[in-house]
Design a protein around this ligand. Structure first.
Ligand SMILES: NC(=O)c1ccc[n+]([C@@H]2O[C@H](COP(=O)([O-])OP(=O)(O)OC[C@H]3O[C@@H](n4cnc5c(N)ncnc54)[C@H](O)[C@@H]3O)[C@@H](O)[C@H]2O)c1
Length: 529
């Protein structure tokens, strides 16, 4: 199906047709009016058909015609009838074949526009007392429009030109970024206004964050300029934030501040904040929307995508949580500039992972621009981060709940990394532990004749040029290979087996569970000296 149509929804009289025609003209798209198409098909006006056959019969025809229009090849602006969203299947059809734009207006403006229109033959449901019928219908349908929309545009106090320009701006920003997992990704620099636009749709915004994030102040200024109601909730630094105590105190604070189901959470921070805030969002009042704004490199390329969120308990890290996709993830590159060097390098561990998973764009960007990457050059960071995020979305959309082994391949290097984090009491940063874990997988894959020496060297050079030539922590040697491998078997994702993502001879990786334990011990013994 064509995934790039623009569907315009909204109440009668809001100006869908006039605006839709102008948007189509500006974008050089085909313009189609669903009601006109239905009328042509029926060879009579919609009012006449309604009178004779009733609404339910009309909705059946409306569904058939919508399906046909959604399948047309030409990119189109498709204006729908005010009631087309009443059938949830229509919303699904629109979502899967384009972007849904909700044209909204104040009731008084809608009433006056409908009245001035003079010709309400095609609006049979508004016959009678116009003002009260328009008001009643708008109130009844508002909730459905809000659920259906990808983009909401206000039309009161704006002329057609301004409305059509606002639609095009938003559509261009979001349509290309729409992911298959139902959430959107925006990558850029200084995205505060875009964030304000998204959170303005909620009654209030709860920003879960940490003291260490300097640029948050400028975001707050933009939110204030846009009259956004927001509350800041500061959580501790480090894994302590992912505890039951912090989780409970955040929930209580939100309840105290009267958060409700139309509030949203803005997770403003690294992976720790994202994991905690995502879990709060997925459980507060049985779930409210979460917008992720990852501020570390690791969170931008990895943890903010895919919906995994949660907290730690004494039995293990990330043992309690959910998989709930955020509404939007905004990766603002400006935040990368204020990161401590070790946190930046830690993120590069995950970036290197994508190159080694077979992402040629990431590999080429690293090989050709590693100096600029290390210097945090924005012009390289934007395509690099975008490509990593898209890679993760692509994998997660095919295995959102980690059931068929596809998502598990993202754990390249992670089985050993988790053990290294555990034995160093999480002093060894996650991304750096992943880089060491990947080095080990290179050695093991070579031992198993899965890759050649040249391939091993090529993979390791990707880590080297990014400054990930890390040494194994001393604790590993103290504990010894035998015990370390036992720990690897008890990884929470292992089910008593040894999960290893290994390189494949022709390139790419595969999740395996049947490597001989002794071969792993032997390889690790050599690796940790
Ligand atoms: N959900 C997932 O899929 C997933 C995947 C990987 C890792 N994780 C989790 O992510 C966490 C690690 O994330 P992390 O590496 O981002 O660590 P982190 O969140 O602890 O951030 C590292 C440090 O950077 C600071 N910081 C954040 N943004 C900053 C900025 N812009 N400028 C200056 N300082 C800033 C933080 O306050 C913190 O002190 C772990 O808890 C891990 O379990 C989750």
């Amino acid at each position: 199906m064509n995934k790039n149509h623009i569907f315009i929804i909204g109440p009668s009289g809001v100006g869908k047709t006039t605006v839709g025609e102008l948007v189509a003209k500006k974008l050089n798209y085909k313009f189609v009016d669903l009601d006109v198409e239905i009328s042509n098909r029926l060879k009579k006006s919609i009012s006449e058909y309604f009178l004779k056959n009733g609404e339910s019969q009309f909705r059946i025809i409306e569904r058939e015609v919508l399906l046909e229009l959604a399948a047309i090849e030409d990119q189109s602006v498709i204006v729908t009838g005010a009631g087309s969203v009443l059938n949830a299947l229509n919303i699904d059809t629109m979502k899967s074949s384009g972007t849904i734009v909700f044209l909204n207006a104040q009731i008084k403006d809608i009433v006056s526009r409908v009245r001035n229109d003079g010709n309400n033959n095609h609006r049979p449901l508004l016959n009678g007392d116009l003002e009260s019928n328009v008001t009643k219908q708008f109130k009844e349908r508002l909730g459905v429009y809000e659920i259906a929309q990808d983009i909401s545009i206000g039309t009161s106090n704006r002329d057609i030109e301004a409305v059509s320009n606002a639609i095009i701006r938003q559509f261009e920003r979001f349509s290309g970024e729409k992911s298959d997992i139902g959430s959107k990704i925006v990558v850029g620099e200084y995205l505060a206004s875009d964030i304000a636009e998204i959170v303005s749709r909620y009654s209030s915004t709860f920003i879960i964050t940490q003291e260490n994030i300097p640029l948050r102040v400028s975001l707050y200024n933009t939110l204030k300029e846009n009259d956004i109601i927001f509350h800041e909730i500061i959580v501790p630094d480090g894994e302590e934030a992912k505890s039951f105590n912090t989780y409970e105190s955040v929930l209580n604070k939100m309840a105290e501040l009267k958060a409700n189901r139309s509030s949203c959470i803005l997770a403003l921070g690294g992976g720790v904040v994202g994991d905690l805030a995502g879990f709060v969002g997925s459980t507060f009042m049985r779930g409210i929307d979460v917008v992720q704004m990852p501020t570390t490199l690791l969170a931008q390329v990895d943890s903010s995508i895919g919906g995994k969120c949660g907290i730690n308990i004494s039995a293990g890290k990330n043992m309690v949580g959910t998989i709930t996709q955020p509404k939007v993830t905004f990766s603002d590159i400006a935040y990368i500039q204020t990161l401590q060097e070790n946190d930046y390098i830690s993120g590069l561990g995950e970036v290197a992972k994508y190159a080694l998973l077979g992402n040629l764009t990431v590999k080429e960007l690293i090989e050709e621009n590693h100096q600029q990457i290390l210097a945090r050059d924005v012009s390289i960071l934007i395509p690099l981060i975008k490509s990593c995020m898209n890679h993760k979305v692509h994998i997660v959309s095919r295995d959102p709940f980690e059931r068929n082994g596809m998502r598990a391949t993202l754990n390249l290097g992670h089985t050993l990394a988790h053990v290294l984090e555990k034995i160093t009491d999480f002093k060894f940063d996650h991304g750096q532990a992943v880089a060491v874990g990947i080095r080990f997988i290179c050695e093991l894959s070579l031992d198993l004749d899965l890759i050649s020496k040249e391939q091993r060297n090529e993979y390791i050079s990707i880590l080297d040029i990014l400054g990930l030539g890390l040494t194994v922590p001393a604790q590993a040697k103290e504990i010894g290979a035998l015990k370390m491998v036992d720990y690897m078997y008890s990884d929470k994702k292992s089910d008593g087996l040894l999960n290893l993502v290994l390189f494949l001879p022709g390139g790419g990786v595969e999740l395996t569970q049947d490597v001989d334990k002794n071969i792993v011990i032997e390889a690790l013994d050599r690796f940790i000296v």
